[in-house]
Ligand binder design. Structure first.
Ligand code: EPU
Length: 417
């Protein structure tokens, strides 16, 4: 087990460079198995979720060559065998293998995926997509056996714009016969990154980034290259760090449009922020106004940023309101923030934050990835020492978080316990 010790109240100055997006990379890696030739993915983040996907690639017999942030995957050596529970349950994105293997081999055996415990997270919309394309799904405990004599393009209307179901339906449809239409699709930039990769292989996907995606099936996919887009959630997390403790802190190598809703909210609070082509420069201010925030699918305010935002809400003057509309259990960070001195009330899917309050260093525990990011940010602001337990959650999604923050003046240390 690891924990992070943070000495708070240090000014953050300099530049943090943002890594490749976790939620794009975790779709691109499994998508590589659809290809008939080797592929290369660049700007892969060095995070444990990617290590877990690599374990699945190796289990399946793919040839994997990693060189820094670049990964070459040769899918031609894959043996389509069952993906056991021990590895599928390590992360949510493992089920992207389910659809990639189904799409290529018309058969897959795999167990229910894992992921942070932030809500029920069913996979019914993915299953609906599989069935719409002609697959039969058998469920036995946690095991899913999905088989299709033939995959034939179909019409899929998603009940909610689910990122996972959109990715999975694209992956299954790419090699199906005929045209698949996904309506009410998720519009996240990670989906555009995935569609670009598949189109680079010769797939015929249009409309990615809008709520209607069309996929015309193809028979063969050629070798291809893709670069992972910058991680908008990592970027947003450090922008919030800058609003808490920054003095012209530069968050670099980003696509500012991808965090537009966050930038607008920070401006509404009064945070000094300069937006440039591929970076933003942000500073702290003592004079910030309370706001209302509601999470929504892209381009709305990202659910993955609401937990990192909460330490900043404690510093605003007045009552802030935050509503979480995507997940039913994403406030596990709040009791810890209250222990650190915040005044936050939870009411169903909403929290009310009364500010400003002083934050004081305490020993707290990360219950999931973004809750962990929230507590690290609170620790940067707090008086004294904060200890964040269960750091493994944070390392799933933030590359070199300790090194990146220390390089701009923070004082963090990872301890093995
Ligand atoms: N949902 C269903 N049925 C489904 C699919 C989704 O009811 O078949 C519900 C979920 O329970 C949830 C909502 O719909 O309440 C949205 O789920 P979605 O499928 O969009 O989420 P996901 O694909 O499981 C991805 C990211 C999450 C991010 C969400 C929303 C990956 C690997 N994960 O999850 O990232 O919060 O989209 O943007 O891409 C994180 O990075 O910390 C993280 C949790």
């Amino acid at each position: 087990m690891k924990r992070i010790k943070i000495e708070g109240e240090r000014v953050l100055e300099g530049t943090i460079k943002i890594s490749g997006a976790k939620n794009a990379a975790v779709a691109l890696v499994p998508a590589s198995l659809l290809c008939d030739e080797p592929v290369e993915i660049d700007n892969i983040p060095n995070i444990s979720d990617i290590d877990d996907l690599e374990e699945i690639l190796v289990h399946l017999g793919a040839t994997v060559e990693k060189n820094g942030s670049s990964i070459k995957i040769d899918p031609t050596t894959v043996d389509n065998k069952e993906i056991p529970d021990e590895i599928s349950s390590k992360l949510r994105a493992s089920y992207y293998f389910m659809s990639a293997l189904l799409g290529k081999y018309k058969h897959v055996e795999m167990h229910f995926p894992g992921g942070c415990s932030i809500g029920a997270r069913p996979i019914d919309q993915t299953i609906k997509g599989f069935k719409a394309l002609g697959a039969e799904v058998e469920v036995n405990g946690t095991k899913y056996t999905v088989h299709a004599k033939e995959l034939i393009g179909g019409h899929v209307y998603l009940d909610m714009p689910s990122v996972g179901a959109t990715v999975n339906t694209i992956l299954v449809a790419v090699r199906a016969k005929g045209i698949t239409t996904i309506e009410n699709a998720a519009k996240e930039p990670e989906i555009v990154n995935l569609a670009t990769f598949l189109n680079n292989m010769g797939a015929k996907i249009t409309g990615a980034g809008t709520s209607e995606i069309k996929i015309e099936g193809v028979e063969y996919l050629l070798k291809a290259f893709i670069e992972v887009i910058p991680d908008r959630i990592e970027a947003g997390t450090y922008v919030i760090a800058g609003a808490l403790m920054g003095n012209n802190l530069k968050i670099d190598q980003i696509i500012p449009e991808h965090i537009e809703m966050l930038i607008l909210k920070l401006k509404e609070m009064g945070v000094p922020i300069e937006v440039n082509i591929d970076n933003v420069i942000v500073s702290r201010s003592d004079n910030l106004k309370s706001v209302k925030v509601k999470t929504l699918g892209y381009p709305g305010f990202a659910t993955d940023l609401q937990q990192p935002l909460t330490p900043l809400l404690t510093q605003l003057t007045g009552l802030s309101e935050l509503e979480e509309t995507i997940y039913e259990n994403r406030f596990k960070n709040i009791p810890y923030l209250n222990e650190m001195g915040a005044d936050i009330k939870i009411d169903g899917r909403k929290i009310y934050v009364n500010g400003p309050t002083e934050l004081i260093g305490k020993e707290v525990t990360a219950t999931d990835l973004r809750a962990g990011a929230c507590l690290v940010l609170a620790g940067l602001k707090a008086k004294g020492t904060t200890i964040v337990n269960n750091v493994e959650f944070i390392l799933r999604g933030y590359e070199n978080i300790v090194e990146k923050l220390n390089s701009v003046g923070a004082k963090l240390e990872i301890e093995e316990i």
